[in-house]
Design a protein around this ligand. Sequence first.
Ligand SMILES: Nc1ncnc2c1ncn2[C@@H]1O[C@H](COP(=O)(O)OP(=O)(O)OP(=O)(O)O)[C@@H](O)[C@H]1O
Length: 331
Amino acid sequence: MIKLNNLTKIYKKGNHEVVALKDISLNINKGSIHGIIGLSGAGKSSLIRCINRLEEPTSGEVWINEVNLTSLNSKDLRNARKRIGMIFQGFNLLSSKTVFDNIAFPLSLSKTPEAQIQKKVKSLLELVELTDKSNSFPSQLSGGQKQRVGIARALANDPDVLLCDEATSALDPKTTKQILTLLKDINKSLGITIVVVTHEMDVIKEICDFVTILEDGKIIEEGSTINIFSKPGNEITKHFVESSNYIPEEFKKGIMLNLSFMENSAQKPIISKLGKDFNVEINILSGQIEYIQNQPLGKLTIGIDNVSNKLEDIISYLETNNVKAEVITNE
Ligand SMILES: Nc1ncnc2c1ncn2[C@@H]1O[C@H](COP(=O)(O)OP(=O)(O)OP(=O)(O)O)[C@@H](O)[C@H]1O
């Protein structure tokens, strides 16, 4: 669906160059919600803005639906962009236009007949539940309502792709959840592929099927959200995944494992059996059940005493029972 081939973006300011993206290759599946996460300055915004050529890639290719966007002239690019909606952190609404006219704007630009505009905007207002705000101006709306207008406007031309650049970063947690639910509904009901740029792992957890982690303009890890959460391979990824699973340094001693209970393993007495079968003592240091895309993922941090030379066998026992284990201290 979306294919990025060796994408590089270099910003030039006089003699100074900033390499924002380095040789990024990425596939985004049709109909998926794909998250791109990274720390500030990792290149997330540059990446999503290169997808619709709001930023021109310095080199590399962007393919959407078998069309090489990077090869299009400006007229063909304008047409191709109609199939790519975008929403922004700051909403980017026209303050002098009503909600109705903001949503109608892309249709007016493409000279859509008035009757068709009326019909389309009406159905979009219903979709984002803002029918009663049709004649309001952006300044009269809450942040969540403004983003709903942004979403309706982005959908006006029936796009195949919706790009979301930190679309919920300016919103409170409750409103964020409502906007994410709306995006998920749109993905399901309209089959639109959604690309989400965020610095919040909770956003990824809530709606993304797949996730790509960026650092310094490079992809450092990618995979299905459930896999990345159950066994993050990279330090930055761990930083995102484990920020909700904090254990003070002074507690980190002896042998400690992070366990992720996959599939139905959380329902089995694996830990009590581990204690008995291996004759070890187990202390539970932290635990929670997270829901990734509505799938439960049990997380437990344990300390084990009396391990002697049994650690490898313990890990393989856990893994054969669908529990991924990561050693966090082994002293
Ligand atoms: N227009 C620009 N001119 C020069 N440098 C830029 C420009 N836009 C971005 N950069 C630089 O490119 C790098 C990547 O920036 P980008 O905004 O893509 O990162 P980000 O991951 O979206 O960060 P944030 O989460 O802080 O928005 C940064 O070093 C940034 O300073």
